[in-house]
Design a binder for this molecule. Structure first.
Ligand code: UDP
Ligand code: MG
Length: 313
C-alpha cells in the first residue's frame, strides 16, 4: 500500500499542532489512506516542539524535525520533504487554512497517475486591500518570470516521489518552493480549495517580511531587473546624444552659457539611474555570494518519530 507523507512547517504554532494532526488524521483514516505527518519546527519560540514530541509519542506515524533556529518556511518545507518516506508528499500549512478534505482529492488524482497536484486558491480568504494589491503585483511579476500563471497558486500541493527527488537534488539555496515545483514539470493537474480562516495563533508575515520574500523570489527566478540596467543605460545614452547636439549647436551659434538647469537635471537623472543599477547588480551579487558559500539550507538539532526507530541516528 502506498504511503502519503504530509509535510507541515510550524513556527510558533503550539496550539495548532495537535489540532492539525487530529483534523488530518480524521479525514485520512475515514478514507483508509496510509499516511505519516512530518512536523518541522522552524525554531519556534513557544512550546511547539514539546507539542510535537508529545503527539509523536502517542501517534506512531508522526515525525518531528527540530531546527536549531528559525530558517524560514521554505527551508522547513525542504527539510520536511527530505525526511519524508512517502510515495507522494503533500505540503500544507499548520494553521488549517489549507482544508484537510482537499487531501483526499489530491490523493485520488495521484492514484490516477498525476505526478503534481497543485492546490489553487478559489478565494484568497480575508486580507486587507493593500495586501491583496501587492500580492497581485508580486504574482504578476512571478508569473512572467516562471511563465506559469501563479495568481492563485499556493504552497498546498501534492508531489510524486519523482518530483520530490528532483526538488531535493537541486543545489540552489534560494529556492522558491511554489515556483520550483511548477518548474520541474511532470504530469500535473489542479484542485481548487477555499482558504479557511486561521482559528488560532497569528500570521507570521509582516509587510516588510513579505516585501523581502517577494524580492528574493523574483531574483531567484528572473534576471529581468538586471536588464533594466541596460535599458536605462541606452535611454540615457540617446538623451545624451540629443542634448549633446543641441548644446554644440548653441555653442557654435554663440549663446552657450544658458542651460544650467539642463546640467543639473542631467546629473540628478544619470546619478540616480547609476545608483539604482548598482543596487540591483549588488543584490544579485549578494545572492550569488550566498549560493557560492554553499551553506546548508537548515540545521537540524533533533528528530523524533518513525525515522529515529528504523534508521541509525
Ligand atoms: N512558517 C514557518 N516559518 C516561518 C514562518 C511561517 O514554518 O518563519 C509556517 C507557519 O507555521 C505556517 C505556514 O508557514 O504553518 C504559513 O504561515 P502563516 O499562516 O503565518 O502565513 P499566512 O497563512 O498568513 O500566509
Ligand atoms: Mg496561514
Amino acid at each position: 500500500m502506498s504511503l502519503l507523507s504530509i509535510v507541515i512547517p510550524a513556527y510558533n504554532e503550539e496550539r495548532m499542532v495537535p489540532k492539525a494532526a487530529e483534523a488530518i488524521g480524521k479525514v485520512l483514516e475515514k478514507e483508509n489512506i496510509c499516511y505519516e505527518i512530518i512536523f518541522v519546527n522552524d525554531g519556534s519560540k513557544d512550546n511547539t516542539w514539546a507539542q510535537i514530541e508529545k503527539i509523536s509519542q502517542i501517534e506512531k506515524n508522526i515525525i518531528g524535525v527540530h531546527f536549531s533556529r528559525n530558517f524560514g518556511k521554505e527551508s522547513a518545507i525542504f527539510a520536511g520533504l527530505a525526511n519524508a518516506n512517502g510515495d507522494c508528499c503533500v505540503v500544507m500549512d499548520c494553521d488549517l487554512q489549507h482544508p484537510p478534505e482537499t487531501l483526499i482529492d489530491m490523493y485520488r488524482l495521484w492514484e490516477k497517475g498525476y505526478e503534481i497536484v497543485e492546490g489553487i486558491k478559489k478565494s484568497r480568504g480575508k486580507e486587507s486591500v493593500i495586501h491583496k494589491a501587492s500580492a497581485g503585483m508580486f504574482y504578476k511579476i512571478m508569473s512572467k518570470a516562471v511563465k506559469i500563471d501563479m495568481s492563485r497558486a499556493s504552497d498546498y500541493k501534492l508531489m510524486d516521489r519523482k518530483a520530490v527527488n528532483a526538488l531535493l537534488n537541486m543545489p540552489e539555496k534560494n529556492a522558491f518552493f511554489r515556483a520550483l515545483s511548477s518548474w520541474v514539470g511532470f504530469k500535473g493537474t489542479t484542485v481548487e480549495f477555499d482558504v479557511q480562516e486561521r482559528t488560532d495563533g497569528e500570521s507570521k508575515w509582516s509587510t516588510w517580511s513579505l516585501v523581502k520574500y517577494a524580492i528574493t523570489n523574483i531574483v531567484s527566478f528572473s534576471t529581468a531587473p538586471m536588464q533594466f540596467v541596460t535599458v536605462a543605460g541606452v535611454f540615457v545614452f540617446v538623451m545624451g546624444i540629443v542634448l549633446g547636439i543641441q548644446s554644440l549647436c548653441k555653442y557654435f551659434s554663440g549663446h552657450a552659457v544658458e542651460g544650467f538647469t539642463t546640467v543639473i537635471l542631467l546629473i540628478l537623472l544619470i546619478g540616480s539611474i547609476i545608483m539604482m543599477s548598482l543596487g540591483i547588480i549588488g543584490y544579485y551579487i549578494s545572492k550569488i555570494y550566498e549560493e557560492v558559500k554553499g551553506r546548508p539550507r537548515y540545521l537540524i538539532s533533533k528528530k523524533v518519530g518513525r525515522k529515529e526507530n528504523t534508521i541509525e541516528e
